[in-house]
Design a protein around this ligand. Structure first.
Ligand code: PHE
Length: 450
């Protein structure tokens, strides 16, 4: 392929930050982070998470975006740029396959959010706050499948029409609204009677709540939330112009993503304490946490219906933009690597979404007896991608940089805009020693925990 079509690039300096932050902020921050923090130790989880974001996450964002900008390729191309044997292809493909496995179950949760939005629009404020509403919904099978289909069809429709620009413009309006609303709800939640106990559970580290699973879960969450270890930032990096500071962009993405996650924690965890009458089992609720506590908050407010509509509308929006980023990267992998047309790639991704997503959508209902390594299907896909595949993907990126590309080449890429590489020593140390070591331990312990 010698005829080079000029690769598209972000038009403004902000393009990379906005797109990376737009893909980073999603269900991971609002739905996944609070339930993991509640389950795996509260403040100690938050502390471990922050340390990981600042060290490991920082290193990976810099590494992936520098690699993308250097090679001007998405993951498979970026790896095979440096070598053709199986190790390079494996590294590229494992990064590229992860979004394909995430987007189906992501859309199942997107479907739950759509269903809640619909129910709020119909004014079912009290019913939604009932104890069994959520469980009877997800065990129903037919209803979850219906909402999942709707959400995935919307995602694929937008991908197919290619109206991404419109979506990006809308997200710059929606994201600020999401923040304002999140602050307002968090303030309301934190001031409920009994909520302070939850605030301190979430913010104050207590070493007695620490376990290895705290680290395993925090690391999986860090990959997921920052959209790293799945090739996405390599693709974004390939669109990044040379005058953009990679370090500065990384800081902005991390700050934004973490701030939203913490706000979501402050909305949800104190409310769990306020509304559960001190029953600690609720903290273990897992994926259902947001869907159980938020309706209780809204039902206790005077203006629960508009608040519920606004909240789920914005969550839906964050979910949709992330699902689009995930599906888009899956589609472009097929386009770039298998040279399929956009239509064919979109159809194949859609077919995969329908099959894998239906398994997850029905996994709490008609397929509840199907368990893989003791997990329900949705939890299994989540575990497989976050706790097994992403650590392996991160390992391949570290090895590629240390063994083949060389840290000095990364430094040359990072300093291309003229600014010095401020955290160069930390970066080198992390990518050479700490990241691979950590990943190996985590991988081992998540497999041993089965
Ligand atoms: N980071 C997103 C979230 O937190 C999920 C996602 C991953 C989106 C990868 C796009 C690409 O929800």
């Amino acid at each position: 392929m010698s005829s080079k079509v000029e690769r598209s690039s972000f038009s403004s300096r902000l393009g990379f930050v906005l797109s990376a932050a737009g893909s980073a902020v999603g269900l991971g921050n609002i739905w996944r982070f609070p339930y993991l923090a509640a389950k795996y130790g509260g403040g100690i989880f938050l502390l471990v998470y922050l340390l990981l974001v600042l060290s490991f996450g920082y290193t990976m964002i810099v590494a992936e975006s520098a690699l993308g900008r250097r090679t001007k390729k998405s993951p498979v191309g970026a790896f095979t740029h440096y070598g053709k044997d199986w190790m390079f292809r494996f590294g590229g493909w494992i990064n590229a396959v992860i979004p394909i496995l995430i987007v189906p179950y992501y859309s199942v949760i997107g479907g739950w959010v759509s269903k809640y939005l619909y129910a709020y629009c119909r004014g079912e404020v009290t019913a939604l706050a009932g104890d069994d509403y959520f469980s009877s919904f997800i065990t129903s099978g037919g209803k979850t499948e219906f909402w999942f289909l709707l959400f995935s069809a919307a995602t694929m429709f937008i991908i197919y029409m290619g109206v991404q620009n419109g979506i990006e413009r809308v997200s710059t309006i929606m994201m600020p609204i999401l923040i304002v609303l999140a602050v307002a709800i968090a303030v309301y939640a934190v001031t409920r009677p009994g909520a302070l106990q939850g605030v301190s559970y979430f913010l104050v580290p207590n070493f007695r709540n620490f376990s290895w699973m705290t680290v395993v879960a925090a690391m999986g969450q860090m990959f997921y939330s920052l959209s790293i270890a799945m090739g996405i930032l390599m693709t974004f990096g390939s669109y990044m112009k040379d005058d953009v500071s990679i370090e500065e962009a990384t800081r902005h993405v991390e700050l934004f993503d973490t701030a939203i996650a913490i706000l979501a924690g402050l909305m949800i965890i104190p409310a769990v304490f306020a509304f559960s009458g001190g029953n600690p089992d609720v903290l273990k609720a897992g994926p259902s946490l947001m869907f159980i506590t938020m309706p209780k908050i809204f039902a206790s407010m005077g203006f629960g219906q508009p608040a519920g509509i606004m909240f789920f509308l914005l969550v839906l929006f964050a979910a949709l933009t992330s699902a689009i980023a995930l599906a888009e990267s899956a589609v472009s992998t097929f386009e770039d690597e298998l040279h399929w047309s956009r239509k064919r790639s979109s159809l194949v991704v859609f077919a995969l979404m329908l099959v894998l997503g239906s398994l997850s959508a029905l996994g709490y209902g008609p397929l509840a007896m199907v368990r893989i390594i003791g997990m329900q299907l949705l939890d299994f896909f989540d575990f497989l991608t976050n706790s097994v595949m992403m650590p392996i993907a991160a390992m391949t990126t570290c090895l590629l940089i240390v063994r083949v590309v060389g840290v000095n080449t990364v430094a040359a890429e990072v300093t291309k805009d003229g600014a010095p590489f401020k955290r160069r020593l930390i970066f080198n140390f992390m990518i050479k020693y700490l990241c691979p070591f950590f990943v190996a331990i985590i991988l081992f312990s998540s497999i041993a925990s089965l």
